[in-house]
Design a protein around this ligand. Structure first.
Ligand code: ADE
Length: 669
């Protein structure tokens, strides 16, 4: 091999300050040193008025994808402060650079963030504190300062200083932070964001939440004041109401109020950390420029490092392919590549990349990992880890009956763990279904598909469109269908349906019942019966997930720990629903099922009325007789299709439980 040398410096560095990010780009060196292993390091110095007055930028500044070992000739810098001079030194390197005694091949660029950034905010005051909340407000600094887009409030428990922190955003110069621990000291730092970037963080402010007793004392002290105020307030209210009614201003007021409430709700849902100490997902739509969100959360991949091998499916925006990714310095890995088909409009590109902006914020073994995106060349692509066994529903249908109950519970545990992580991050999936879960060669299940929520929000009618598959009615909680109340509790409902899909090896929930019938049956109290071979405990768990009252459903944390216990103690899985002799000990109340009066009613409810004559002709004329039938009886009376046998046997098991429940409660059946 001939001798090689370090590369020459990078050339033509340009920059672009865009909102709160600074984009640096350069051309590769003219001399690569006879090698192909070129990388770049970017060093940042923050300088004062005097050029010699410089210090390293420190950890407050973020580089996307990173500041050393860059393989692309660009980097995005976040979290810089306004009114400062920065010098960025970009160095070219290759594997022989460390042996060189020549000066480092560096190109420097100095950038002033002076013009437009917001100033530091003024003093931060505590307005009030309760056991779990603290209200803060502050003053914007004097002019000149550009328009403030919002404020970022970073906070953490003083005792766990900087171990982990939470952050939330507020558009106003005040915030109420909830979900805090009582009698705990918190540290707050606040900074402003304008189109030109962030201000520096404010100095630290320490405020403590109150304890129970002080809340009570304060309450008592306030009773008198409140009572007096209430009388005065009531009189004022009557006068004002009369005034508004007379002047016709009420409607204006109500509309304004609804608007501000809607805004408040979005703000808290999108920006607020619900569990201090755990990072929160940031809705990419809170970014004015969606490209910025993508680059903040996803790595730009050089398309020459991707090898597309074959088409494996069709996504909403274009083909899904499998292939290989060979990132520099890493071993080649199999990947799935989602492509955006040509001829797209801006909005489609944004919707397509939204998924990457969401996925890029997650890091969990049961959530599909984002490798990166290709946005600077065509086709636009999202590259994710490859899951050899494809989607869970197809995989289970292909391997009907092949797994042990423990293996199935293991898969369910993985999905619950991924969902717990999402729920802790404040992310609501809205489209959890076995078709949106992928399985790898080790049978590990990972939650995927983070695209639906915005589609629904943009088009409320889509909630009821079945043709476009916009809302998955049979996976969705009744309150989410009825009034779009999506929450982690509605995800729990969907998770219960996924449990049912897994335990029935990919059977379609509610079979071919129409969506309208599903909605009505659920409203009447009907719930899916236990799949054949399903342990009693697991069906009980499903029923818990399908409690009408959402606060009665378990949380993902509870599900994970319950499934863990089942896995550690598999004997609890031995009781199958079909073996049940007595009514089981349930973790809660079994929901009420509709009581069927006749065989015809019952068969209608499971869409199996075509077998009514088979039952009658074979002497199974009462529900009591039917509830004692075995799978062999069902076959003997002429139900030959496996899917139909399953459905009927599943429903018979539920019927049997009902009968026993009624008998136990003194009814004569
Ligand atoms: N289909 C869609 N995404 C996939 C992935 N990550 N792996 C395998 N098949 C897929």
């Amino acid at each position: 091999m001939s001798c090689t040398r370090p590369p020459s410096p990078p050339r033509n560095v340009i920059f672009n300050i865009n909102e709160s990010s600074l984009f640096l780009e350069w051309s590769p060196p003219s001399d690569m040193g006879g090698r192909k292993d070129l990388t770049y390091n970017v060093m940042c110095k923050k300088c004062g008025a005097e050029p010699r007055d410089c210090e390293l930028c420190g950890e407050g500044m973020r580089f996307i994808p990173r500041h050393v070992g860059l393989t692309n000739s660009s980097v995005t810098v976040l979290d810089f402060v306004a009114h400062a001079n920065y010098t960025f030194e970009i160095e070219s390197l290759n594997a022989v650079s460390e042996f060189s005694s020549f000066p480092r091949p560096v190109t420097a660029i100095t950038i002033t963030t002076d013009q437009a950034g917001p100033s530091l905010i003024g003093m931060v005051r505590k307005d009030w504190a309760s056991q779990n909340s603290i209200a803060l407000s502050w003053q914007e600094h004097e002019q000149p300062s550009p328009a403030i887009l919002d404020y970022e409030i970073k906070y953490y428990e003083k005792e766990h200083e900087e171990l982990s922190y939470s952050s939330t955003r507020s558009k106003a110069a005040s915030v109420i932070i909830t979900g805090l621990k009582p009698t705990t000291k918190y540290v707050f730092h606040i900074r402003a964001r304008s189109a030109a970037g962030y201000s520096s963080y404010s100095p630290r402010y320490e405020y403590e939440t109150s304890d129970e007793t002080s809340d009570m004392a304060a309450d008592q002290g306030q009773v008198l004041v409140i009572a007096t105020a209430a009388v005065g307030g009531f009189a004022l209210l009557v006068i004002l109401t009369l005034f508004f009614l007379i002047t016709g201003r009420c409607q204006w007021y109500i509309k304004a109020k609804m608007k501000s409430e809607e805004k408040r709700r979005t703000h808290f849902q999108n920006g607020h950390i619900r569990f201090p100490g755990i990072k929160t997902y940031v809705d990419p739509d809170t970014y004015e420029d969606p490209t910025q969100a993508v680059h903040e959360f996803a790595k730009e991949i050089d398309p020459s490092t991707i090898r597309i091998e074959r088409v494996i499916g069709a996504g909403e925006f274009g083909e899904v392919c499998s292939g290989r990714l060979k990132s520099p310095g890493k071993r080649e890995i199999p990947v799935a590549i989602k492509t955006l088909k040509g001829g797209y409009v801006d909005r489609q590109r944004r919707d397509f990349l939204r998924e990457a902006s969401i996925m890029g914020q997650f890091d969990h073994p049961n959530i599909i990992r984002l490798e990166g995106v290709v946005t600077k060349s065509r086709p636009v692509m999202i590259v994710v880890e490859y899951m050899e066994n494809g989607s869970l529903d197809t995989f289970l249908r292909k391997h009907d009956g092949h797994f042990t109950v423990i293996q199935l519970v293991g898969m369910l545990r993985g999905i619950a763990s991924g969902m717990k992580y999402l729920s802790d991050m404040g992310y609501v999936h809205r489209d959890l279904a076995a078709r949106n879960i992928l399985v790898n060669s080790n049978l590990v299940c990972k939650v995927s598909d983070f695209g639906l929520s915005r589609v629904l929000e943009d088009d409320p009618e889509a909630a009821y469109t079945t043709s476009g598959g916009k809302i998955p009615i049979r996976w969705t909680a009744p309150e989410a269908i009825a009034y779009r109340k999506f929450s982690s509790a509605s995800d729990i409902w969907s998770y219960g349906i996924v449990m049912w899909e897994v335990m029935s090896y990919g059977e379609r929930p509610y079979w071919e019942m129409s969506n309208q019938d599903v909605i009505l049956s659920i409203e009447e109290g009907y719930r899916l019966p236990a799949p054949m071979g399903c342990p009693m405990t697991l069906h009980q768990l499903m029923l818990q997930c399908w409690q009408k009252e959402r606060s009665h459903r378990p949380t993902f944390t509870e599900l994970v720990s319950f499934l863990d216990k089942l896995i550690r103690n598999p004997s609890s899985l031995q009781t199958l629903v079909e073996d049940v002799q007595g009514f089981p000990e349930s973790p809660g109340d079994v929901p009420e099922y509709p009581l069927f009066i006749s065989i015809g009613d019952w068969l209608d409810s499971i869409k199996m009325s075509q077998y009514k004559n088979n039952f009658m002709a074979s002497g199974f004329t009462t529900l009591d007789c039917v509830s004692r039938m075995s799978i062999d009886d069902v076959r003997r009376i002429g139900v030959t299709l496996i899917g139909h046998q399953r459905r009927i046997v599943s429903s018979i098991q539920t019927l049997r439980l009902q009968m026993m429940h009624l008998q136990e409660n003194g009814f004569h059946v």
